[in-house]
Design a protein around this ligand. Structure first.
Ligand SMILES: Nc1ncnc2c1ncn2[C@@H]1O[C@H](COP(=O)(O)OP(=O)(O)OP(=O)(O)O)[C@@H](O)[C@H]1O
Ligand SMILES: [Mg+2]
Length: 260
């Protein structure tokens, strides 16, 4: 698991409800699989609060999928379970490894002063020559369209450029699954599109890398191969991106009709 930031502060509390059955499952054609995942927490008064209820999904290898749903429906909790940062109370999970979790806030991604040093940060634990390291850094930065910024101080980059450098930091360690939580929240429109296109380009230029992208922005669905839509801790739709987009718009229209 690749984590490149001071992550613990932003984690929800680990579930304190005993785990029943989280045996690992796995199918070769899927980068991510979850079967009937539940996640509950116990309050100080001993009440069990379900956060995720019976969530199943399958994300094919090499594809770009999005996870959508209203505030508080459980998207980040599900993503953290897929990242291995939280254990489900019940259900089974398989995620191809290595996997990497990238944060919402671009300023939480920066580890080193320059782009080159930042992307190379995780390579220390591999037994690589300097030339091999440089080659890997160049390949990862090229995939996200940031090779020209190799020597730039990270602090001089825009939010979107920092996100792209963070993604390169995951790719350099040959990560197979990118788990991306609301990367575009703090970005303006051009940075937003730049980061999404960087992920798309990564998936087409790096063999067998898959991505699950959490977002609130429905318009981002046009870049996705598939999507999962959650409400109140449950996966309520799962499938091809344009079908999910139509269904969400139909749900919104019917909701608007009930309140006007
Ligand atoms: N440790 C915890 N203790 C109590 N409630 C929690 C805890 N962790 C998460 N929750 C609750 O679980 C629900 C799902 O939270 P989560 O952060 O996964 O939602 P989300 O869909 O990512 O929301 P957002 O769109 O606002 O980021 C929320 O109601 C949240 O308050
Ligand atoms: Mg969230």
């Amino acid at each position: 698991m690749i984590i490149r930031a001071p992550f613990r502060a932003s984690l929800p509390l680990q579930s304190n409800v005993p785990t029943r059955n989280n045996t690992v499952v796995g199918g070769d054609n899927f980068a991510i699989e979850s079967h009937s995942i539940s996640y509950s927490i116990k309050t100080e008064k001993g009440k069990v609060v379900p956060i995720l209820k019976d969530c199943s999904l399958k994300i094919p290898s090499g594809q770009f999928w999005m996870l959508l749903g209203p505030n508080g429906c459980g998207k980040s909790t599900l993503l953290k379970i897929l990242a291995g940062l939280l254990s489900p109370t019940d259900g089974r999970v398989h995620v191809r490894k290595p996997r990497s979790f990238v944060f919402q806030n671009p300023d939480h991604q920066v580890v080193m002063p320059t782009v080159e040093a930042d992307v190379a940060f995780g390579l220390g634990r591999f037994n690589l020559t300097n030339d091999e390291k440089k080659l890997r850094v160049a390949k990862a930065l090229t995939a996200v369209g940031m090779y020209d910024y190799l020597q730039r101080p990270v602090q001089t980059l825009s939010g979107g450029q920092k996100q792209r450098v963070a993604i390169a930091g995951a790719l350099v360690e040959e990560c197979k699954v990118l788990l991306l939580d609301e990367l575009t929240t703090f970005l303006d429109e051009s940075d937003q599109v730049g980061v999404i296109k960087a992920v798309k380009n990564t998936l087409s230029s790096c063999e067998d890398v898959s991505a699950l992208w959490v977002t609130h922005r429905l318009e981002e669905l046009e870049y996705a191969d598939g999507a999962v839509y959650m409400e109140d801790g449950r996966v309520v739709m799962h499938g091809e991106a344009s079908t999910i987009m139509d269904s969400i718009e139909a749900r919104k229209a019917s909701y608007n009709n009930t309140i006007y």
